[in-house]
Every structure is written in C-alpha cells, then in structure tokens.
Ligand binder design. Structure first.
Ligand code: SF4
Length: 306
C-alpha cells in the first residue's frame, strides 16, 4: 500500500519530496477546496526519532521578508481546520510509526503562524497528543502581543515548548523582517511571563541588516535584563529565499562572538538553519514543487473567525 492510499479525508497527499542528505521528507497536502499546505518529517538524530514541522494555515498573511511563503505563487487562502491538521500529522507519521512509535514532537513552525489560527491549532495539538501521535507539541511564532496575552489567561492551554521570533532589537529593525511586528521592548515582558510557564527559545535570524556592530550593542542592551528567563537565544543563519531582499550576513561570526561574550547569564547558540539542510525552518518551508490550479473559492479568506 503506498502512502497516498493510506491518507484519510479531509486531506490527501499531493506530492512528497525526500530531502537529502538526511531522512527528511517534505509533504504537500491538498484539501477538497484545493487549498494546499505542507509538512516536513524530520529525522532528529540525537533523539533517535522523527519530528514533524507542521503548517497552521494555507498560506500566510504576515509577509515576512526572509520567508519562502511570502514569495511563493500561492497566496494566503485560509486557516487550516483541526481535523485537517490532525489528519496530515497522522499521514506523515504512519510510514514510520511502526518502527519509531509516536513522533518526538510536532512543531507548528511551517507555513502560516499558529498565533493567527490559535483555536484550531490548539484543538489539533491536544488531539495529536491525546491520540499519541506525538509526545510533545511545540509552537514557533512571531508571537504578537494579543496572542501572548491570550496564552497568559488563567487556565489557558499551552503547548510543551515555544520558540518566538525576535529578528531585531528595535521595532523598526524587526519590521524589516516581520512587517507588522510589535516593538520588542513592549512584547519581551509578555514573552518572559510565558517563559515562567513553559520553556521559550528566542530566535534571531542573521542577515546583513541586523548584524552590524551597532546591532550587537542594541541587542545586548535589550536582552540583558532577561538573563536566565529564556532557554536560550538562538542565532540562526538565514536560508536565502528566492525573491527575498535579505542577504546572509558577512560578519556572522563576529556577531555571534559579540553576543556570546556580551550577554551575561544567557545561553547563546548558533543554528545553521534547518532550511539549508531540510528546507524546514519556520517560514522557509515553502515547496518549489507546486504548480496547482488556484483554490475554488477565495471567499474562505474570511475563515478567521477564531
Ligand atoms: S515566517 Fe511564518 S509568519 Fe512569517 S510569513 Fe513566513 S509563514 Fe508567515
């Protein structure tokens, strides 16, 4: 039986792509209304099992300038429904489940932002762990203030771990990568409050515009008061995306060294982007193998009632 025949409605596998050199596989899914979205099954060698990088939306409205979704030919269509997310995770898991058991985690780090479809993502996440498809759920997000305040409500459901995208030391700088991002100085206290409840990693993608000497000082000044509050600051090499104006930094090593020495009380790590190896970094996931008929109805763009 091939993988396609095992997939249950409401999604079907349109294509798969094995991503060398590891054991990672990228999936493109379709829905009956011809929306498409993606997931990547990733081999987590040090954990001896697979994870899944999962999409939250068909397309994305945020327009981040380091992101392949922004420059893809398929625009934002709609939020994914819980049953679509869960069915896709099940389909990606089935080929390896017999040997591996549950996924080590599902990370909502694919196309779209989980914060923009939170009710559906949270419902799917609970189903994924309840059905033992994965041991943990992670969420990667640009983490806007409104969503973070929602997380901080009493009795709000929370995933096991978070990664929040910083990408700049000031609002102006951050907005070069995330056009509608909040001011970091306003949102960081909220992020720190979340970090009291769940482990939170801060991610900072390294590119020319945010790794200048002045940026080192600004970032150190911004983050110094939060020493010990977050798991770590992850400095991620950018995965160059066709159409993006952003370029890899020429002083990456200097910037990493400055942050490592200058941020007392912080763990600073360098992450050679997963996008370079498996095309699965947040927002750098968009496949280049799509050439599909447009969705049947754009009216579903209004499907953001949650
Ligand atoms: S990085 Fe994530 S939030 Fe930003 S445009 Fe890409 S998919 Fe959307």
């Amino acid at each position: 039986m091939d993988e396609t025949s095992r997939v249950e409605v409401p999604v079907e596998i349109l294509s798969t792509l094995n991503v060398p050199p590891g054991r990672s596989t990228k999936y493109v899914f379709g829905t009956p209304d011809r929306s498409t979205f993606e997931a990547v099954r990733l081999w987590e060698g040090d954990r001896g099992g697979y994870s899944v990088c999962m999409s939250a939306q068909a397309g994305c409205r945020y327009g981040c300038t380091h992101c392949a979704t922004t420059f893809a030919r398929t625009p934002f269509v709609r939020n994914l429904r819980p049953e679509e997310i869960t069915a896709a995770v099940q389909a990606v898991t089935e080929p390896v489940r017999t040997h591996q058991g549950p996924l080590v985690w599902v990370d909502f780090a694919g196309v779209g932002d989980a914060a923009a479809n939170w009710t559906h993502v949270a419902t799917a996440a609970r189903a994924i762990t309840d059905r033992d498809l994965a041991k943990q759920v992670k969420v990667t997000s640009i983490a806007p203030q409104g969503w973070v305040r929602r997380l901080l409500r009493v009795n709000a459901w929370l995933p096991d771990r978070f990664m929040f995208s910083l990408h700049g030391a000031t609002a102006t700088q951050r907005q070069v990568i995330i056009p509608h991002a909040d001011d970091p100085s306003a949102v960081l206290p909220l992020w720190a409050a979340v970090a009291e409840q769940r482990p939170v990693v801060l991610n900072y993608v390294l590119c020319e515009h945010n790794t200048r000497p002045a940026d080192e000082a600004a970032l150190i000044q911004l983050l110094a008061p939060y020493a010990g509050r977050f798991v770590l600051l992850r400095l991620s090499s950018i995965n160059p995306v066709h159409g993006s104006p952003l370029r890899p930094s020429t002083r990456e090593a200097d910037f990493i060294a400055a942050l490592s020495h200058g941020l007392e009380g912080w763990v600073v790590s360098h992450h050679l982007s997963a996008g370079r190896e498996a095309a699965a970094a947040c927002g750098q996931l968009r496949s280049e193998i799509l050439d599909l008929t447009p969705p049947t109805s754009r009216s579903r763009q209004a499907d953001t009632t949650d």
